[in-house]
Ligand binder design. Structure first.
Ligand SMILES: [Zn+2]
Ligand SMILES: [Zn+2]
Length: 285
């Protein structure tokens, strides 16, 4: 079986999840990128999510956002720093209002920072990564996230010069380096297959996207109406997917893990299959 060989460590090496993420359509999505020090979505705030000080929320459905109050409250209890929640701008004032209500109900301060960040905007992260939301076509306003590494590379004309001369050039105000960006990770959240028009979804080293429906029990048309992806559409797009690793998430709760493996094994072309890992944690065997 191709799936068994794909250890979480491969994904971690690409800044991917450390094997603690899980995602079941309609129930709970939570994916932690340990190497990058952040999480995507918190549907229910499992214990291991408490270490995430930065959470990038994709949209307001409860299976993606529902754990936010537990998350901040549990972090406070443990004396951890107030978390930062990045959210689509239309949700930000509603989330602030929700937190205010909970502060009133609970009597606790629930300290956190809500950051509205939409497509076209970006957030620097730890000085070497940049996070950019992109539009995710879904049932309600939603967005995915691309994360790029950023490094500075000495311009070709200055390579080979002694460090002292480069410092002098820099001191004189010359631009001596180019900014080099590499797309590391993309996460679609919930989205229909139009999300593949986003370059980072097709080219990030690790592309994490939802595939809610896998077979004829739900048609492609119905999947699109619900703002979700059908495996048939992934197969149509396969020739465009350049990512080294693909993590498929958000399978409908109607499938058990054995079915998911069987269907993917039967339907994915070999070239795609060897790059794909289905996220099966917390799914019935
Ligand atoms: Zn969902
Ligand atoms: Zn949703």
């Amino acid at each position: 079986m191709a799936w068994g060989r794909r250890s979480p460590r491969d994904l971690v090496a690409l800044g991917g999840p450390d094997g603690r993420g899980h995602s079941v359509g309609g129930l709970e999505t939570y994916i932690r990128l340990r190497e990058l020090g952040l999480c995507f979505d918190i549907g229910r705030a499992p214990e291991e999510s408490l270490s995430c000080g930065l959470v990038l929320f994709t949209h307001g459905h409860v299976d993606h956002l529902g754990g936010v109050v537990s998350h901040v409250a549990s972090r406070v209890l443990r004396g951890m720093a107030p978390p930062v929640y990045v959210v689509p701008p239309p949700i930000a004032p509603k989330l602030e209002a929700l937190l205010e209500l909970w502060r009133d109900i609970d009597g606790a301060a629930l300290p956190c920072t809500v950051v509205p960040l939409g497509p076209g905007e970006e957030l620097q992260h730890k000085g070497k990564h940049v996070i950019r939301p992109f539009r995710a076509p879904h049932f309600q306003p939603a967005q995915g996230y691309g994360i790029w590494s950023q490094t500075h590379k000495l311009k070709a004309e200055f390579q080979g010069l002694p460090g002292r001369e480069i410092q002098q050039l820099r001191a004189a105000g010359r631009e001596v380096a180019d900014l080099v960006e590499v797309p590391l990770v993309s996460f679609t959240g919930d989205a229909n297959s139009d999300v593949f028009d986003e370059e980072v979804v097709r080219k990030a080293k690790l592309s994490i996207f939802e595939v809610t429906f896998l077979d004829e029990r739900v048609s492609v048309e119905s999947a699109r109406e619900m703002g979700h992806m059908h495996l048939d559409e992934v197969l149509e797009q396969a020739h465009r997917l350049e990512s080294e690793r693909i993590l498929m998430t958000h399978f409908s709760a109607r499938y058990n893990a054995r079915e998911i493996r069987r269907i993917l094994d039967a339907r994915l072309p070999a070239e795609l299959r060897e790059r794909v890992t289905p996220l099966l944690d917390h799914i019935n065997p």
